[in-house]
Design a protein around this ligand. Structure first.
Ligand SMILES: [Zn+2]
Length: 193
């Protein structure tokens, strides 16, 4: 997932010895600035993206290596427009910043080592300890359209329950497994639906 990019400012300069593009945007509330400086010499050129940190100073986020863009751009001349030749590199830097600053997705539980071990045990129980099992998109659609939502409950004794047998407001779910199901989680058999 990539964060939204809001344009704030763009400055293009052209000089006899260099040309430069500075593009400033806002990403997830952060001010982000991409600078592409095309000097006559590669070693005096730069392409990087920074953001303003919580202390009000610039923090470096990423560089675009000179070899990736410098040789595709003309030598400085006063009659060329900087954004024509540097816009693509600035765009790539801004996109990289957006990927770095994207908020973590919170919709799925993080797969901790313990949960991965539990999934390993689930697979081993179902298909054997040396198993490999590929689920097709159809299987996934079927599973998510039949029965309840998947709940993963981590118990205090280290056991993990994977279940689709309970509705969201069942006591077993709301108390993360410390109370029993109230037996109102009746589901008609899939064949009857
Ligand atoms: Zn239940």
């Amino acid at each position: 997932m990539t964060a939204a990019i809001v344009e704030r400012d763009e400055t293009a300069e052209t000089h006899r010895d260099y040309y430069r593009l500075v593009r400033t945007v806002e990403i997830t509330g952060r001010t982000v600035r991409a600078t592409v400086h095309r000097d006559f010499y590669a070693e005096q050129s730069l392409a990087h993206v920074e953001m303003i940190n919580d202390y009000g100073t610039w923090t470096h986020l990423a560089d675009e290596p000179t070899v990736e863009w410098w040789y595709d751009t003309p030598h400085p001349r006063t009659d060329l427009t900087a954004d024509t030749f540097l816009g693509k590199t600035a765009e790539r830097l801004i996109r990289r910043a957006a990927a770095i600053l994207a908020p973590p997705t919170t919709s799925a539980p993080a797969l901790t080592p313990h949960l991965l071990d539990a999934i390993s045990a689930l697979l081993a129980n179902a298909h054997g300890y040396d198993s490999q099992h590929r689920v097709d998109p159809d299987d996934i659609t079927w599973a998510t359209t039949h029965g309840n939502r998947l709940h993963i409950i981590q118990h205090d004794d280290g056991s993990v329950t994977f279940t689709q047998a309970h509705r969201d407001d069942c006591p077993f779910i709301t108390t993360t497994g410390t109370q029993e199901c109230d037996e109102d989680c009746y589901l008609p058999h899939a064949a009857d639906q």
